[in-house]
Design a protein. Structure first.
Length: 253
């Protein structure tokens, strides 16, 4: 019990130091925190009333944002699913292949979407395609990592059963593991889809089109009521995707 308390005390000291240093680097201020009322007053004065006449245009732009997020994430899932079997320790072809694929996924995952977006905006030009490629590449790394961990955690019993009836090793792995992990794969996909919607907004601000570009244009022209309308559409998109994801997961499970 004494050993446990000493160890807990060490953890608390480390956590306290980390919190203090983080607050210092972030310039955290309690005085500024209590000044949030000024922010609320600014929102009430400038973000109301919402400009509902912009709704048709913003809905059209939201389809661009939704299409970029969906296609970028779906294409990433199509690539990441087979790659994840090569990046899992229990299904990889060799140790060299395992470490190579894992390292490649980590490298791609370590680069933020906005960095990819800046590169593709320059190389491919302004527009949604640059945002789509940025979301696709980053999500290949993220989904490949997440799904490979699901593959490693899968029960080996069904695989042994497939082998006992004459199935090859690779076919046995695919048909024994995918049914086990599929609900979690869908959960990861819809979560990354939600993230991609928000990411596509940021990418739109650097020339990736869609709602993000409209939001940036309104901000630069100080059209805060128009910004508020775009924000309402964004909130609706995220809620819609979350509800759809829940319905699909329930049907699959």
């Amino acid at each position: 019990m004494i050993w446990f308390r000493k160890r807990l005390l060490v953890y608390l000291i480390i956590l306290s130091v980390a919190i203090f240093l983080s607050a210092k680097q972030a310039e955290f201020s309690l005085i500024s925190l209590f000044q949030l009322n000024n922010t609320w007053d600014f929102i009430q004065r400038n973000f109301w009333p919402i400009r509902w006449e912009l709704l048709p245009y913003l809905l059209e732009q939201s389809l661009v944002t939704l299409g970029v997020a969906f296609l970028g994430t779906f294409a990433a899932l199509v690539i990441a699913l087979p790659v994840s079997f090569l990046a899992a320790a229990n299904t990889s072809v060799s140790k060299f292949g395992y470490f190579t694929i894992r390292s490649s996924l980590s490298l791609v995952r370590s680069i933020p979407e906005i960095v990819f977006g800046l590169v593709f905006v320059v190389s491919l030009g302004l527009g949604p395609f640059a945002a789509l490629m940025a979301i696709f590449l980053h999500n290949v790394g993220v989904l490949g990592k997440l799904i490979s961990e699901l593959v490693e955690a899968a029960d080996s019993g069904p695989q042994e059963a497939m082998k006992s009836v004459g199935s090859s090793r690779r076919i046995g792995q695919i048909f024994a593991i995918i049914p086990q992990i599929w609900p979690n794969v869908l959960s990861h996909y819809f979560y990354r889809f939600e993230v991609a919607i928000r990411t596509s907004l940021v990418l739109g601000m650097i020339g990736g089109g869609g709602l993000g570009q409209s939001l940036m244009n309104y901000y630069n022209s100080l059209a805060y009521e128009s910004m508020a309308t775009a924000i309402v559409i964004i909130m609706g998109l995220v809620i819609l995707v979350d509800v759809m994801g829940g319905i699909v997961r329930k049907r699959v499970i």
